[in-house]
Design a protein. Structure first.
Length: 399
């Protein structure tokens, strides 16, 4: 049947600052995606057609995005066409955010973090390398540039500091105390010779001495999110680390990923059960003046979502002890007990992201943008208005 129902996300998201891309993951066995399920033509690179073999009488469903990247797309091509511009924005003093969204096992973590070295390096490492290249080209005797990074995860609505793993491994001090976010920003604007030594890291809004690393209980940690008088949202006591090379940033990532909450399922041997946010702060100070250009880039690897929302309802009942039920979808994912709680928090926060994205559309009719509906959207409030969203699919298990 030729009839096609078209969902145009380029039209739905009327905000020009919001771009939505799709990246298709190749099958694990190297085979091509079944032609009876998907269709993408070279003459329409922005469209993908989903064929429902059980409902052929209703026709196929076509989706339009800013671009559809098929299974042969390289990491380099993806970076050049989606994330490179975000680094340019940061250098111009514009905050931005890159999301990877999709089902567990669809390639989100691979797209963002990739694999160390070679052609499989992810968007984050490529962004940092490009950032240092641009700084080297643009930096002159009249300008100082400082890069400060942080790395955190949100697991079951708890904010935890992934960068502390790197600090512990290298023996660097865990924090530099400031009384507010505003004071920390002012400190970055000072000439480098007046700042703290590079062997220290900075945190925001803390008035008590930091705990020693050996006393830090990562599993029980739950950092607080605050907003300063200037409207900047920040995490209290989060490690902020000054970096001078891509290798240093990569080391922070690799140490942090070892702490990240994961769980093995039938659909993914290492399924991420938390959202991770790697933030790059770029400070450019003009020497002998008060002029400072500040830009921020958030690279976000979202946890894999649960398809069946009845499973989330089941999780709500189960956590209250009033219903012991597992949907077929959750059986498929081997999710029970703590896994159900994870699914509840993951779907809740992803739903909040969806609401924020839709409310950014000037024609959506929203009177306000619901940033406070989740810790994830609250944390990304200062950058979520301009971002790249990548939905990664398909996975072989669903064929």
């Amino acid at each position: 049947m030729d009839h096609k129902v078209t969902t145009d996300y380029t039209r739905l998201l009327g905000n020009a600052n919001v771009k939505v891309y799709v990246r298709a993951r190749p099958c694990a066995d190297g085979q091509q995606a079944p032609e009876d399920m998907f269709e993408r033509k070279k003459e329409t690179p922005n469209n993908i057609v989903i064929k429902d073999t059980e409902r052929m009488q209703y026709g196929n469903h076509a989706f339009s995005f800013d671009h559809v990247y098929w299974t042969d797309t390289t990491q380099d091509t993806l970076f050049e066409q989606t994330s490179k511009c975000l680094v340019d924005y940061a250098l111009k003093g514009i905050n931005s955010c890159c999301f990877a969204y999709g089902q567990t096992g669809s390639g989100k973590t691979f797209s963002i973090f990739g694999e160390p070295g070679g052609e499989k390096v992810g968007l984050l490492s490529r962004s940092i390398e490009y950032l240092f290249d641009m700084i080297q080209r643009q930096t002159s005797n009249s300008k100082e540039v400082t890069l400060v990074v942080s790395f955190l995860e949100i697991y079951c609505d708890r904010v935890r500091d992934l960068a502390r793993a790197y600090l512990k491994k290298t023996g660097r001090p865990s924090s530099y105390q400031t009384s507010s976010s505003a004071e920390w920003f002012l400190r970055q604007q000072q000439p480098q010779q007046q700042q703290i030594p590079r062997t220290e890291s900075a945190t925001s809004f803390s008035s008590i001495p930091p705990k020693a690393e050996e006393d830090y209980d990562y599993e029980k940690a739950n950092f607080e999110i605050h907003e300063d008088a200037q409207g900047r949202v920040f995490v209290k006591d989060l490690s902020m680390i000054t970096v001078s090379s891509r290798e240093e940033a990569d080391a922070i990532v690799q140490c942090g990923l070892k702490l990240r909450s994961t769980h093995e399922t039938k659909m993914n041997a290492v399924s991420s059960r938390s959202h991770t946010v790697f933030t790059i702060h770029v400070f450019q100070r003009v020497r002998d003046s008060d002029e400072v250009i500040y830009g921020m880039l958030n690279m976000v690897d979202l946890a894999g979502y649960v398809f069946d929302f009845s499973a989330v309802l089941a999780a709500q009942f189960l956590t209250k002890g009033t219903l012991k039920f597992r949907s077929e979808r959750l059986k498929k994912s081997e999710s029970d007990g703590q896994r159900l709680k994870e699914a509840l928090h993951i779907n809740s926060s992803l739903s909040a992201v969806g609401k924020v994205v839709m409310s950014l559309d000037p024609e959506s009719g929203y009177n306000y943008i619901p940033y406070r509906d989740s810790k994830l959207t609250r944390l990304l409030q200062n950058s979520i208005g301009s971002f790249v969203s990548g939905a990664c699919l398909p996975i072989k298990f669903t064929f």
